[in-house]
Design a protein around this ligand. Sequence first.
Ligand code: IVH
Length: 676
Amino acid sequence: MSASATIQKRAEWLREQIRYHNYRYHVLDDPELPDIEYDRLVRELESLERDNPDIVTADSPTQRVGANPVKAFGTIAHKLPMLSLENAFSEDELRDFNRRVIDRLQTDPDSAIAYAAEPKLDGVAVSLLYEEGRLVRGATRGDGERGEDITHNVRTIEAVPLSLLGRGFPGTLEVRGEVFMPRAGFREFNENARIKGEKTFVNPRNAAAGSLRQLDPRLTAERPLDIYLYAVGQVDGGKLPQRHSQVLDRLQDWGLKVCPERRVVEGVDGCLQFYREMGAKRDLLAYDIDGVVYKVDRLDYQAQLGFVSRAPRWAIAHKFPAQEELTIVRDIEFQVGRTGAVTPVARLEPVFVGGVTVSNATLHNMHELHRKDVRIGDTVIVRRAGDVIPEVVAVLLDRRVKGARVVKVPKKCPICSSAVLSIEGEAVARCTGGLFCPAQRAEALRHFASRRAMDIDGLGSKLIEQLVAVDRVRTPADLYHLTVDELMTLERMGQKSAEKLLASIERSKQTTLSRFLYALGIREVGEATASALAGHFGNLSELMSASEESLQAVSDVGPVVASRVYAFFSEKHNRDVIQSLIKAGVIWAERASKAAVADGPLTGKVFVLTGTLPGMTRDEAKDRIQAAGGKVSGSVSAKTDFVVFGDKAGSKLTKAQKLGVRTIDQQELEKLLADQ
Ligand code: IVH
């Protein structure tokens, strides 16, 4: 055998292997090879074809994506028209259909018709034409008579075989099915498009349609498209089995992908059973379906029944309640969640969607509201899938009325009137009411009592919910006025546990400033920040009166945290709660603040720290210098008295030397501190 014949053979063998493994992976969903082995086969074929361009064939698995965009879509005529389906929206309509089938066929009304039941896929109908087993054409349904030539795009869908497997297929075989974008791929695609500022799609069906209508197949190839075939069209030069269900089995043997959720059922009862099962499964499937289809399974019966206008008499689509509907936004209001998130909610003209009447839909957050540009008066698509909260998916801009009103984030919380804080670049606006806002009460109390905050043992979420529900506890301060008798009126609360709880409430009064600050539940103030604030200010009153600027001087406190802390203490009701807590006996050891150390040994001296000190953290050094009356600054200037340098000291040390500022190491610092 010549060298070129050997190469040719090897290439052919590789193609067959790749086709087979493609089939296992895409059609049967049951891969045999690890991905890495499969990739090796593809790479070997690619390299053979690169070195020997004359051996490349059009149906080689390497040739899915054409290099050049097409100028426009050509039109093709369907040899057999692509039909649509009659719809049934109720059990009665299904029974009528079944009755008509029995009447026409004149079969025994007591023996059930066998129906092939399948999901009704929510994608784009396409036709694929195979000549001698090779894919020669892909087309859209168009008006049923004529569609668009999308061969270059369907070739890029990996689940579409470029050549059929096995043998026995008709010389001409046209198959029909639905191209769709699985939900996960759709979400990922939109997410990426959003990040890149590109066009997003409203739902997976639009995404599939848009992807198939690309003139450049390289773009289609990047979209996560998939296909299920559910019918045959033109067939010449070969025979197919006698039943629809068997035809689909045969298609699968030839490498064509069919939906696994299909089965033959008996009569209306079997159909209804299938309908209910698929309805329950609907949200768990990887792709969207909008109903199920029943087809008379026997092809001779199908032939007898024939067609009426554009739809077969032997099939019907039994639709699920629609998950998307159009309606009008009457108003946009704001709700406050447990964590203070202020969420825009659309009040809608009531509409029946996803099986229920919907009159409210979430708009998620301000960022989403602006991105979708939803205005009062707009016509919108609402979606309710499964038990998920209904949402506004998109606005129909061409239906926007004059005077459609834009809404802004409210300045005040609709529940408690505290200021609402929106931070530049953050999607979520929040109520600053914290402890005071009824919407946030239970959550605030749970946090207050938690182990790392006030550590009130035995005060769990259930109890808190009860105390809030009976309006006995509004703020954390109310916890300190509970009595045994009151507690005993609550569910599952005996005298013993009531006394135990009161004891731990009592114990919690002895705390630290850091825990107390953390317990207040100021946004962005976690344990570490609380401790930094406590360390820096030393006492509460000074912290409460600190400006945003001076808050930022605390290590690790940036502008966002500073504004949260400042906003929190600016609210009178938050200050009131703090006063009540102190009055109720909550107490911690206060430290003299730095300002109060007017006569320490380091009073008036300005320090700058640089590098890593061997025996103390930067915060410790800072605290001790401040406790001795010194000041710690971030940058070296002529006003600096000492630069304390440690390991890997940087430019601050050089600058100090340049300015003639005294530089000291940790040992010398310890000495200065010890002098006090
Ligand atoms: S059979 C002659 N089976 O529904 C019957 N159609 O409303 C031709 N569809 O254009 C269609 N899933 O896009 C059939 N399992 C299924 C289907 C299905 C979705 C679509 C198809 C068709 C439309 C008809």
